[in-house]
Design a protein. Structure first.
Length: 221
């Protein structure tokens, strides 16, 4: 005789949950631990993704600043093929500036360049490099080398203006300048070469008043 529908329902729902949990407690524990670990893993991955995106933005900003800081703007004029303003990488040399300007022209004063121009000197932002022509130098006295002294004289407005090359002149010649004694002159010589006259002030070799008084008489080329 077949069991009645009512008796089947009573058997189906007559489950001992306590016995079931006790019997499968190990499997249930593993399942719960797995769910917890999965949740932790998802949280860690999301956190790393957010951190990575922030780091990338900071690195991008830093790279941009380095690009801006890694350039200098200078002017090259005089006896060069293409005078003008040029943008070069930080740490570029005078030779790089001359190459950017197309090289020196045929009328450049090569004798002056050999004696006075330091092609290996580093250039600074805002610096001007001027290459004189043959006809600009004073005949017979463009470069004097008496007892180690070396000064450059340029013709300007029909008169003569004498410049002292701080990269080549002697201590004796430097001491002729106002406010410069033997100690300061020797300090200037020991810190050669210079890419600009302003380095005398930047390196604190000259005091401000001494620099301002003498700067129009000084050159590095």
């Amino acid at each position: 005789m077949l069991p009645s529908l009512e008796s089947l329902k009573e058997k189906d729902f007559d489950i001992n949950w306590e016995e079931l949990l006790l019997k499968y407690r190990f499997q249930i524990s593993l399942l719960l631990v797995g769910v917890i670990l999965l949740g932790l893993g998802i949280w860690v991955i999301k956190r790393d993704e957010l951190s990575s995106s922030k780091i990338e933005v900071l690195e991008s900003s830093t790279d941009s600043e380095n690009i801006n800081d890694g350039e200098v703007v200078i002017e090259v004029s005089g006896a060069v093929e293409t005078p003008g303003v040029y943008q070069l990488v930080l740490g570029a040399r005078v030779e790089d500036a001359l190459i950017a300007a197309g090289g020196i022209s045929a009328d450049a004063d090569r004798q002056w360049m050999e004696r006075s121009l330091n092609r290996a000197a580093k250039i600074t932002d805002g610096q001007k490099i001027y290459i004189p022509r043959d006809d600009e130098q004073t005949t017979g006295a463009s470069v004097s080398n008496l007892g180690g002294d070396q000064t450059v004289s340029l013709t300007q407005g029909g008169g003569f203006e004498e410049f002292i090359n701080i990269n080549t002149t002697s201590a004796k010649e430097l001491e002729k300048l106002w406010g410069i004694g033997p100690v300061t002159a020797q300090n200037i010589i020991e810190q050669r070469p210079y890419s600009s006259v302003e380095e005398l002030l930047e390196k604190k070799i000259l005091k401000t008043n001494v620099y301002e008084t003498n700067r129009d008489k000084l050159t590095v080329y």
